[in-house]
Design a protein around this ligand. Sequence first.
Ligand code: NAP
Ligand code: HSE
Length: 430
Amino acid sequence: MDNVIEIGLLGLGTVGRGVYRILEENKDVIQQRAGIKIEVKKILVRSLDKERGIFIPEELLTTDPKELIADPDIKIIVEVLGGINPTLDYVLESLNSGKSVVTANKDMVAEYGQRLFKAAENGNCDLLFEASVAGGIPIIRTLKQSLSGNCIEEVYGIINGTTNYMLTKMFQEGCDFTDVLAEAQSKGYAESDPTADVGGFDAARKLAILASIAFNTRVPLKKVYTEGINNISVADITSARELGYNIKLLGIAKERQEGIEVRVHPTFIPKDHPLAAVGDVFNAVFVRGNAVGDTMFYGRGAGELPTASAVVADIMDAARDILRNVPGLIGCTCFREKTVLDIGNIYSKYYIRLKVADKPGVLASIALVFGNKEVSLKSVIQKEATGKTAELVLVTHRVLEQNVQDALMDIKQLSSVLEISNVIRVEGEE
Ligand code: NAP
Ligand code: HSE
């Protein structure tokens, strides 16, 4: 083997630029740690004329993917294009022809993980995707390697920075969802189409990847129960604060005897829970293993250099594996088939906010319905009684979700109940 490994970079946007910068700026230490020099041979872009903000030798850029994918000297393809088309084809072709692939693409890995791993097996090469979940936080390698002696009991955390920024603002300043979204967009945190972030879909993709690795079973994206933060109001924020909670959009995956729970939704967590202190655009992932106990990983979930930090570490791993002739050393770890439980089959506590008629007997009739459905109430607070209407805030003990849903169906039918304003799961306390 020559004393250099040549790589092809698909994409030179936010992450691609960061990868190029780190490989250039840290090249000496990278070479010493990897045991071989790593050099970018070609970079695929859409436009050759675009201002890149860093110096890139002109001859490196191309708009022809074949110059990377069909070049036998390029041993590692780094995919930071994003999206599925044409990206998936480029990646499958690379893997099938024996080129290791490093990607930051959660959309592609969450949706096509199985096909990608088959291609990597076929090509006897590495498929590494650390940056696809929680950007710079090394959580995939942690689960696959550092904690591999554990049975993982649960993994949960804040895996979307945009919504964490928004919820932090709403919580600290009491602002309304629409105003915070507009501000996040003006600061460039939220995209002009914020659906994937605020709707919880970005977090769902990351959670599907995390849960598949943690529980060694493929979790199809469509099985991840997903709720966004669109319905969180100032009234919910106020209640959370009064009850001693913070609100976070959590991705939660837990293993139970019957199957696994995999869900993304806004969640009340106690204000002294370590995740409650994770503010702004930061991410954090909490992992409980049966040997290690509780662990937490914190950092930046996005951005040029934090994301590129994870990509470069993967490139170095792929280079080491090629150098030592052990490509595909850690491949697909989904060797079990666990059932993903329906949302009705999960256990949680629930915060429920209701608008009701302000008259005697209303609370008793609601409590009776919950009792009949085996939903035990932990606390009930009456707020804002006007003489005509009142707001009730209830928190349940840990119960089966289906029982809560059944109770709420019946409660909706009560003439004294004007509105079920919100229902938010409560986690992180015994
Ligand atoms: P980006 O800024 O939009 O950059 C995409 C790059 O790919 C651009 O250089 C673009 O070329 C090139 N490109 C896209 N489609 C192409 C095509 N069909 N042919 C040739 N070139 C093409 O994207 P990014 O933010 O760097 O994200 C890249 C990936 O990393 C995505 O999968 C994303 O989900 C993931 N990721 C991003 C972050 C983050 O903080 N940005 C964090 C974690 C993961 P031009 O420059 O010529 O337009
Ligand atoms: N849009 C994502 C976030 C970053 O807000 O966390 C890329 O994964």
